[in-house]
Design a protein. Structure first.
Length: 691
């Protein structure tokens, strides 16, 4: 038995298979138990390591490789999430907050390290662990439409001024520990880091921009470029004498603008979220000495000091920022809750310090507890505090009478008076084509515009002529059927067949060429592994389109829609887009509309009244009068899902936002639309903003 276990430990394929099984199963189990999936990964490492089944060895070459890739990917993802453009808008205040939330926790952490018997070098390293932060609550802020709030912007921007100095402190402490530190070496290190940072932030961005321009829409090639940039940056950091995670973070900052929110970023984050970051967390669990962990918790004073010291020091930094810039208490709590989670930089730096012998197991264990506590408390406080922020006043565009006006407003452009409204409807599936064409025709007729039935003839290079002919004939048949339908509906249709090797990009290119105002698409697969890894047609169109995209699952003809529900959970331009789409159905079909606004339980009564007044004022402007009903409901999480499902049960059509796909440093947040869709029994239209 011992020989078998030893053989399996040394067999890389077996270890890899075990890792894949753990990553697949444990997060699902823990999320069902309403616990973070990362706890499951850490526990899996403990169970499979030296204190459990002895199936995985953290010191094996394979586990070291995956752990190194994971820790690099973790810091890269943290840099990738920072919007440098938003930071530049208010960089002075971000700098002030960053200095406060870096220096105060650094001092507190250093004092704690000294109190518990650590020398100055490891104590300062402990302080640097306190100084960084990972804004885990940002997806919550984004969903609420509060990204433009100044308190949010300075907190996200302040991440740059906490993570980079923290990583620099780590580099200096490691150099001192290795006996390579003196004033000259410090000057050389700092000078090299400055030059290296400039090369990465500006040089890599320039090279990436040129590469992306020349590679066109080759997403696979762009994905490989981003990965190459990541690992070359990590190696470059080691060459100049700093930790590789510093280079990874800088690489994330450099390419964040290049990839934006598009499909390349989705692929990069997917690979990290699904594979490498979970492997790092499992490896971290393997390194936990369970008896030592229990002993460290039994003498709980260090753990309490670390957790309380971190949370108090971050609170003091947020409070001083409030005093300096006269923010409200709600804004201060949002600042604190966004800056308190310790995940990416903290975990990465802790592991580095532990590996080089600067930190002992008691600190490693305390940081794991700190991570779990702050990763849970931070987003919870963000959700409760954000609802108390001032509701952003919407741009009602009172003079915009049509869907085209609003689409132009979303794009930040004025409505061209000489351009005919155009709806592009890709036709592919004969079973759904009729209802899709009817929906596009309804929209085009309402706006006095035209419809473009689009068939993408997917023809690859070196395809045999007979196969090409078959594809073209089938495309002609599909658009001919769509034209016949449009004629029956009294709408001008201009069919288009486009030859392209990529269906999604063909749709986007044709839509731009036709100067489309909207794209109407049918349902597609979104949950398979292949769809998640490589993206599907809908995902790519949503990311790449220049105009609003309506993704429809229609169970009946759009002309038979008699009652409509619009679900809102924030006040943003995307919400207004859904309301205006509902207005078209209300006018064409004389159908009443139920506007369901889902409030967080923590939203104050005055904020609810404000939102309700804004909704009532908006719908009161639109005909047919009396057809709109506004309902405010206090619900969140599963209650919100139940509220939408129950309201939609009496409706023919539910209008929702398109699914969100935001992830941050390997922690996934459940998307509301994705949770609702399988439970709805009526027709559904999901609206996505221009990407």
């Amino acid at each position: 038995m011992q020989g078998t276990i030893q053989f399996l430990q040394n067999e890389p394929i077996f270890s890899f298979a075990v890792l894949l099984g753990v990553i697949l199963i444990f997060p699902i189990i823990f999320e069902k138990l309403k616990l973070p999936g990362l706890i499951g990964l850490l526990l899996a490492g403990v169970l499979l390591g030296k204190n459990g089944l002895h199936l995985l060895d953290p010191n094996s070459e394979m586990m070291k490789l995956f752990s190194d890739i994971g820790v690099v990917y973790l810091m890269f993802a943290a840099g990738l999430e920072i919007d440098v453009e938003e930071f530049r808008k208010i960089q002075d205040r971000s700098l002030t907050f960053g200095m406060l939330t870096f220096s105060i926790p650094l001092i507190v952490g250093t004092i704690i390290g000294r109190i518990f018997g650590y020398g100055w070098n490891p104590a300062i390293l402990i302080g640097s662990l306190f100084a960084s932060h990972t804004p885990l609550g940002y997806p919550i802020i984004s969903r609420m439409g509060l990204m433009s709030n100044e308190a949010v912007i300075i907190t996200i921007g302040g991440t740059i001024f906490t993570n980079i100095p923290s990583l620099l402190v780590l580099a200096v402490c490691v150099a001192i520990n290795a006996g390579e530190f003196n004033i000259l070496n410090l000057v050389i290190l700092l000078g090299g880091l400055v030059i290296y940072s400039l090369v990465i932030l500006f040089g890599l961005e320039w090279v990436g921009r040129e590469f992306f321009r020349r590679s066109g829409d080759e997403q696979g090639t762009q994905f490989l470029f981003v990965l190459l940039a990541l690992f070359l940056s990590a190696v470059g950091a080691q060459i100049i004498g700093v930790e590789k995670i510093v280079g990874a973070f800088l690489a994330g900052l450099a390419v964040s603008k290049l990839v934006g929110q598009g499909p390349v970023k989705e692929k990069v984050e997917f690979v990290g979220t699904v594979l490498f970051i979970p492997m790092f967390l499992v490896n971290l669990g393997l390194r936990i000495d369970l008896p030592a962990f229990v002993d460290s918790l039994s003498s709980i004073w260090l753990t309490l000091a670390v957790v309380i010291g971190l949370m108090v020091s971050k609170f003091v930094a947020a409070w001083l920022t409030k005093l300096l810039y006269r923010y409200s208490w709600a804004e201060m709590m949002v600042i604190w809750s966004l800056s308190v989670p310790q995940v990416a930089a903290t975990l990465a730096a802790t592991l580095v310090g532990y590996r080089v012998g600067l930190l002992k197991e008691d600190v490693l264990n305390s940081v794991i507890v700190l991570m779990l506590v702050t990763a849970t408390v931070g987003p919870l406080v963000t959700a409760r505090s954000a609802v108390r922020l001032a509701v952003p006043e919407p741009n009602l565009q009172a003079g915009a009478a049509t869907f085209e006006d609003f689409a132009a407003a979303v794009e930040g452009t004025e409505r061209p008076t000489d351009k005919q409204f155009t709806v592009v409807v890709p036709v592919y599936n004969p079973e759904t084509e009729q209802y899709l064409v009817e929906l596009a025709a309804l929209l085009a007729r309402h706006e006095g515009g035209r419809m473009v039935p689009l068939a993408i003839a997917k023809i690859q290079a070196q395809m045999p002529p007979e196969e090409m002919e078959t594809v073209l004939v089938e495309s002609e048949r599909r658009v001919a059927a769509a034209v016949q339908l449009s004629q029956n509906l009294g709408v001008n249709a201009e069919p288009l067949i486009r030859v392209d090797s990529d269906v999604a990009l063909g749709i986007c290119h044709a839509s731009r060429e036709q100067r489309a105002n909207s794209i109407v698409m049918g349902w597609g697969e979104t949950s398979s592994l292949r769809a998640r890894l490589f993206g599907n047609v809908i995902d790519t169109v949503l990311w790449s389109s220049h105009c609003p995209v309506a993704v429809a699952r229609l169970l009946d003809s759009p002309t038979n829609i008699r009652r409509i529900m619009v679900a809102l959970d924030n006040w943003s331009e995307a919400s207004l887009l859904r309301l205006r789409f509902a207005r078209i159905f209300a006018e064409v079909n004389q159908a009443p509309v139920m506007v369901l606004y889902l409030c967080n339980p923590g939203m104050p009564a005055e904020a609810r009244e404000q939102v309700n007044s804004l909704l009532v004022a908006l719908v009161a402007e639109w005909e047919p009068r009396g057809a709109w009903q506004v309902q405010m409901q206090v619900a969140v999480g599963e209650e919100a899902v139940a509220a939408v499902v129950n309201t939609a049960a009496s409706c023919d059509l539910a209008i929702l936002r398109s699914p969100e796909r935001s992830t941050i440093v390997g922690l996934k947040f459940e998307d509301f639309t994705t949770a609702v869709l399988p439970l709805l029994r009526c027709s559904v239209v999901m609206l996505g903003e221009p990407g």
